[in-house]
Ligand binder design. Structure first.
Ligand SMILES: [Zn+2]
Length: 335
């Protein structure tokens, strides 16, 4: 090290830079999320070998509802309050309902704001095709745990493995020592009538042979200790009424929902305890960050983000939760 540079100060500075770098890779700064796996092509799917793991509370995975749409140049992700309970009030679901009853252009907007679903759980990455382009072993995805948000189509396969008592692997799909990898296979469907190519998860399967995620019990324990609390992730992702209000205003939806919003969400606000307040503070930052980061990656790789957006819409097509979805899609087809 040169006499012109203070070594200690440099090490501190390096740490700061590294921290910032690792933060910029996540959508949110409080969770380590698995970067959305990209799809391969027709007849040449990409395979992601993962082991599903339980979180520190022993929880497996949970269903999350969210809204994701493009606001200006940024993608906005909003965890839907209905994730907690379908009876909770969500201004975005409310706005979608109102827009759906409106003009054709309102209906189109309703389609972009509408509620979507995914499942979130911990995974250990055994093999990821993206590592092939990475020279730095520290930056590889392999050998690390992440929270993975996967679509309904993948959950259906996992559920079958869990509930099929005769042929399913049962709890062994979550066993780090003597368990079975989930092999997420993402190909491409034939282009639809508009020329859009949708991801095809149909070859996703579980490994036929069991394996351990590490050679020793100690190493397995070390890996398990890096799993993230799913409930905490969901709670931390909830926006405060203030942030909802700000976003609704910027989307010109505030006037439509404000009456009910003030009644339902402001009361909620008064009931918040100290922890929730702390979370809100974190969320205000992370929300803005999240939107920023997403826009960064949009400019970085437009096509893959378009895929992601397609993924999300596609996942949604598979949803049986909303009967109105089909009606909405039928309407949209007429445009
Ligand atoms: Zn909602």
């Amino acid at each position: 090290m040169s006499k012109w540079v203070n070594k200690e100060k440099f090490e501190d500075f390096k740490k700061q830079r590294e921290q910032e770098e690792s933060q910029s890779k996540n959508d949110v700064d409080y969770a380590r999320l698995y970067p959305n796996p990209k799809m391969g092509s027709q007849g040449k799917p990409k395979e992601y070998h993962l082991r599903l793991l339980t979180d520190p509370n022993g929880d497996f995975y949970k269903k999350c509802m969210y809204h994701m749409f493009k606001s200006g140049d940024n993608w906005v992700f909003i965890m839907c309050p209905k994730t907690h309970d379908m009876d909770e009030y969500c201004p975005w679901c409310h706005a979608t309902q109102i827009l759906y009853k409106g003009s054709s252009s309102d209906k189109k907007k309703a389609y972009s704001y509408k509620r979507k679903e995914k499942y979130v759980g911990n995974v250990f990455v055994v093999k990821d095709p993206r590592d092939a382009d990475e020279n730095d072993p520290d930056k590889m995805l392999k050998g690390k745990t992440f929270l993975y948000g996967f679509p309904q189509t993948v959950e259906t396969l996992i559920r079958k493995e869990i509930t099929d008592v005769e042929n399913g692997w049962g709890y062994a799909i979550f066993d780090p020592e003597d368990g079975y990898n989930l092999i997420v296979s993402i190909g491409a469907k034939k282009p639809d009538k508009d020329g859009k190519v949708w991801p095809d998860y149909s070859l996703t399967t579980f490994a036929k042979k069991p394996s351990a995620i590490a050679d020793t019990e100690e190493k397995i324990e070390e890996i398990m200790s890096t799993c993230q609390d799913i409930t905490e992730y969901i709670n931390n992702s909830m926006l405060s009424p203030e942030v909802h209000e700000k976003l609704l205003k910027s989307e010109m939806l505030w006037d439509d929902v404000c009456d009910v919003f003030v009644k339902k969400m402001k009361t909620m606000d008064e009931e918040v305890d100290r922890t929730a307040l702390d979370n809100e503070l974190t969320n205000t930052n992370s929300d803005e960050q999240s939107a920023d980061k997403t826009s960064e990656s949009v400019s970085e790789n437009k096509s893959s983000n378009a895929d992601e957006a397609k993924d999300n819409v596609d996942d949604d097509l598979g949803s049986v939760d909303d009967i109105s979805d089909e009606e909405l899609l039928a309407e949209l087809d007429n445009f």
